[in-house]
Design a protein around this ligand. Structure first.
Ligand code: HEC
Length: 188
């Protein structure tokens, strides 16, 4: 009898785990996702008001600052990541994130809508349970001004980008592709 107990416990835990992931996903989204339209709006306003080169500080400082605010508020690790980084120091994905980003691209190629593309999973890191969440960030029109094909970029902007990001990989995107993701690590 005794040998079956761990199996029974495991089976009892399985549906709970699925429910946990659904609840954690919903709660994480409610808390973190309002930052996404805020960043897009800040970008649109900055491009309109200051021109493209003048808007760089918005993506460089204001977007990370909005995310930092959320980090402080929640205590969770929240970042932006990409497979083709502009700021490799901040945005290089770890293995789990790189795998999800690759999977996002496959899901997109299979016709899944980008607006709702996400992944939530409970993982174990250094013996501790962590909830990980990722949300795809699609390329919208405004993003093309700074992440579109290199030869289509404004000359002043190009010069500015070259100054700050000599190893920039984040150009050559088209509308409807996945630029990267917002990623959350939440200790349980
Ligand atoms: C005004 C120029 C500009 C516009 C417009 C812009 N970006 Fe960026 N983007 C940047 C810069 C500069 C960085 C590097 C920020 C840093 O230093 O952390 C960046 C970084 C990023 C990153 C972090 C990953 C990386 O490559 O370093 C993501 C994700 C991203 N942008 C997505 C977007 C999306 C999505 C849009 C459209 C909604 C957008 N950007 C519009 C200039 C821009």
């Amino acid at each position: 009898m005794k040998t079956y107990l761990p199996i029974a416990l495991l089976l009892a835990a399985l549906p709970a785990l699925a429910q946990d992931v659904a609840d954690l996903t919903a709660d994480t989204k409610k808390t973190v996702l309002p930052v996404v339209p805020k960043v897009v709006k800040a970008m649109q306003e900055a491009v309109a008001a200051k021109g493209v080169a003048g808007a760089i500080p918005v993506c460089k400082e204001e977007a990370p600052a909005l995310i930092k605010e959320k980090r402080k508020e929640t205590g969770w690790d929240i970042r932006r990541v990409s497979l083709k980084t502009r700021n490799a120091e901040r945005a290089t994905p770890d293995l789990w994130e790189a795998r999800q980003l690759a999977d996002f691209n496959i899901r997109a190629a299979n016709g899944e809508k980008l607006d709702t593309m996400e992944k939530g999973e409970i993982v174990t890191i250094d013996g501790k349970q962590v909830f990980r969440y990722m949300k795809a960030l699609p390329v919208a029109d405004v993003c093309l001004t700074c992440h579109g094909p290199a030869d289509s970029l404004d000359a002043g902007l190009k010069a500015e980008l070259g100054k700050y990001y000599p190893h920039d990989q984040a150009t050559g995107y088209a509308k409807g592709q996945i630029r990267g993701a917002l990623t959350v690590k939440r200790p349980l």
